[in-house]
Design a protein around this ligand. Sequence first.
Ligand SMILES: Nc1nc2c(ncn2[C@@H]2O[C@H](COP(=O)(O)OP(=O)(O)OP(=O)(O)O)[C@@H](O)[C@H]2O)c(=O)[nH]1
Length: 318
Amino acid sequence: MSEHETNPEKPEKKSLFKRMKEGLQRSTQALSEGVSGIFTKRKLDGETLQELEDLLIMADMGLDQAAAIAEAVGKGRYNKEVSPEEIREILAEEIAAVLAPVEKPFEIDSSKKPFIVLVTGVNGSGKTTTIGKIGAKLKAEGKSVMFAAGDTFRAAAIDQLKIWGERIGAPVVETKVGGDAAGLAFEAIDRAKAEGTDVLLIDTAGRLQNKAGLMAELEKVVRVIKKRDPEAPHLSLLVLDATTGQNAINQVEVFKETAGLTGLIMTKLDGTARGGILVALAGRFGLPVHLIGVGEGIDDLQSFNAKNFARAITGAQK
Ligand SMILES: Nc1nc2c(ncn2[C@@H]2O[C@H](COP(=O)(O)OP(=O)(O)OP(=O)(O)O)[C@@H](O)[C@H]2O)c(=O)[nH]1
């Protein structure tokens, strides 16, 4: 366990970039050492570029993005000696270029009251914790927050959200285990309206093992939300666990239409050497990435910055 996991109080003083870099260490190590291994005392040619492409695939960037990025790195540099440091810089630029279009801060439109955020994701993705952390950040900005414990299938998920609610002073709308999630969303919107709440965050169930049932329920939740406010949900976010690798692609496909996804949050990037999955997702779906999780602390849920992320995972120094 790294220091920031065992002592969540201390690192507050650390810069967010430093925290992110630490969180991404495993990915950085794989890419940075990989580049050194390929380009030390060797020319940039078809062979080394193929090895680079393989390295990018290993980092979960996906076949298409890996090929395109490797090609871009090679452009105009064939048969030249290019140092690993230079390759890391070029790689960081190319990765940032793929990621830049999906960099979008998590923002609330305060003309919408309540601003309704629907949060989906498979069990264990970090969904409930993420909702709690977002709520804490919004509260710190002076906004009033309400949670709807819409993962009605698991008592643990309801309890976890209640703990967050108590911690940050946000009311939690809940129903009994097995209760109707759509009905709960309906009730939560009415209550948030009545109480003049700024932001309502709605949790949902994530049992992919019953995919048809889950999707039918999600559709119903979205339908009911729209009945109360045709513009809502104002954000529909999917929480993805970076350690699931390429599986994240399937998850986006599953939730995209049903939940009308407007953006992504990627958690647990600290638990994998394959942080390149964000590159694969960006290239494939172009969905905004609002936040990334690089550890368990509140400050470890950070705004996604394409350039910083690309620099961190490649180990580029400049
Ligand atoms: N290391 C690390 N752990 C994280 C991150 N985000 C969330 N977690 C942890 O992941 C675990 C699962 O989070 P939950 O919030 O329970 O996940 P969930 O999707 O709600 O899962 P269920 O409640 O099981 O559906 C918790 O222990 C979180 O602290 C992250 O960015 N890094």
